[in-house]
Ligand binder design. Structure first.
Ligand code: ZN
Length: 206
């Protein structure tokens, strides 16, 4: 049964990129080769155009329970590649200043933030951005709206495997690896990463 609930403002309660409980698996056994990892029963759709292996996920959006802490790899990748809003799945907002992103506010970390930031959360549209901040007031202090004029697909975020005599062994922490880095052949990706440049922090009116 579908539970794709929409609020009165037509902004989905469950974000487009969130995974649902019926979307787990199918399981796949990771095997090692001379130049990287693969699946024992690999199919052509298991890799992206750069030849990187992706985490498999069933596509059954709206079935079961939403798992808000878990990102659906295929929808995240689609939204990031096509610059779709991570909440509603329609086109992200774009003006002369660039596409709209909601980013965790790390202005105190470096003076140039968010230039060169590797983003794993896709951009947003204006209604979803304002509604998200309205619904979750704590976002107001932690997140900031940014216009990004230039963002390029940079690499993937995922689990890196270490080759051993017993086959490839996953490392415990997720890593971000550029497509230009040969190590990407040892990563099982689950999020596409864009690098953000020409950024302007803006005030979100809502
Ligand atoms: Zn939206």
């Amino acid at each position: 049964m579908s539970q794709q609930v929409k609020s009165r403002t037509n902004v989905p309660v469950v974000p487009y990129i969130a995974a649902w409980s019926a979307e787990r698996g199918p399981r796949a056994r990771v095997v090692g080769g001379p130049y990287g990892i693969g699946y024992a029963d690999e199919q052509p759709y298991d890799r992206d155009a750069h030849g990187v292996l992706w985490t498999r996920s069933a596509i059954r959006r709206g079935v079961g329970k939403p798992e808000l802490g878990r990102v659906h790899p295929a929808r995240q990748r689609r939204a990031m590649r096509l610059m779709l809003c991570q909440v509603c799945g329609n086109a992200a907002d774009r003006t002369e200043e660039g596409a709209l992103w909601l980013l965790k506010d790390d202005r105190g970390v470096t003076s140039t933030w968010p230039e060169d930031l590797g983003a794993t959360h896709p951009p947003v549209c204006v209604p979803c951005a304002t509604e998200s901040v309205r619904r979750c007031p704590h976002l107001r202090g932690q997140f900031v709206a940014v216009r990004v004029r230039r963002s390029v697909v940079h690499g993937v975020h995922g689990i890196r495997y270490r080759p051993t005599g017993r086959g490839p062994v996953p490392e415990p922490e997720g890593v971000t690896v550029a497509y230009t880095d040969p190590a990407v052949r040892w990563v099982r990706a689950f999020q596409l990463v864009r690098r953000l440049n020409e950024c302007t922090v803006i005030e979100l009116r809502g």
